[in-house]
Write a protein that binds this ligand. Sequence first.
Ligand code: SAM
Length: 287
Amino acid sequence: MSRITNPSYVTRIMKERGFSTKKRFGQNFLIDQNIVGRIIQTADLQPDEWVLEIGPGLGALTMHLGEQAAHVVAMEIDRGLAAILRDTLVSPTVTVWEGDALEADWEQLLLDAAWQGERLKLVANLPYYLTTPLVMKALESNLPFVSIVVMVQREVGLRMLAQPGSSDYGVLSLAVQYYCQASLAFAVPRTVFLPAPSVDSVVVVLKPKPPQVDAPRAELFTVIRAAFQQRRKTIRNALREVAAGWGLDTDQLEQALHAVEIEPTLRGERLSLEEYSRLTKELLKGV
Ligand code: SAM
């Protein structure tokens, strides 16, 4: 068993360093070696692959990532944790970068660590308060991720994987479908963290792929966001403002909906990515 996941090690190192966990940074450390092993297995690292890790914490995953991959760049916002990591995880295959992963230029950090375009994976037990923005940053980045393996709050995982018609389906589900193939790896109970969070987690695997729909991305997501802004509105009412912004009146919006065979009284949560793409293209014809 790795000492990093041993609760007495975690408690001892925190005490020695005068470190206490910060809720505002979503600090819940993994203390279950079995779960760590399953995440590492899911990441399926090859010796020539590079890893970007967000929030290494005390290094529960980092140590194993560094053993299996060519190199790991781990971004940690907490100065105290970054200092502990630098002392406890001395490894030529791990670079600890201290700062905010959301603000960071990931490509630059990789290049600074001598990445030369090798195969790249993102692996992280994400801080819950930033899950969606960090996942969106990964999806929208131009980095060639082979896969993105993330532990997220169960509810967010369900939203990432949701299909049309489900109450979890929304902008995040459509963004995930737009950029990748998503699958659930396994569920993780709250009891395997120190301190234990108030929610359960899941590990999700995202495999980026070229978009399967051809509406222009910015306009597509303008339509999608409008459709879900007020979930209870019909698609016709929800899109009035966007249509008006594009110079289209309500009749033209209705015509576009009919042209692509979408019932105007449906709610946005019923429509697939393909239908949103067709509708966006149809609306843009009239602009
Ligand atoms: N990977 C460790 C583990 O599994 O035990 C810790 C995971 S903990 C859920 C989330 C980690 O993300 C914490 O170490 C926290 O300090 C760090 N973190 C929070 N916000 C961050 C940010 N904006 N950029 C980089 N790291 C962040």
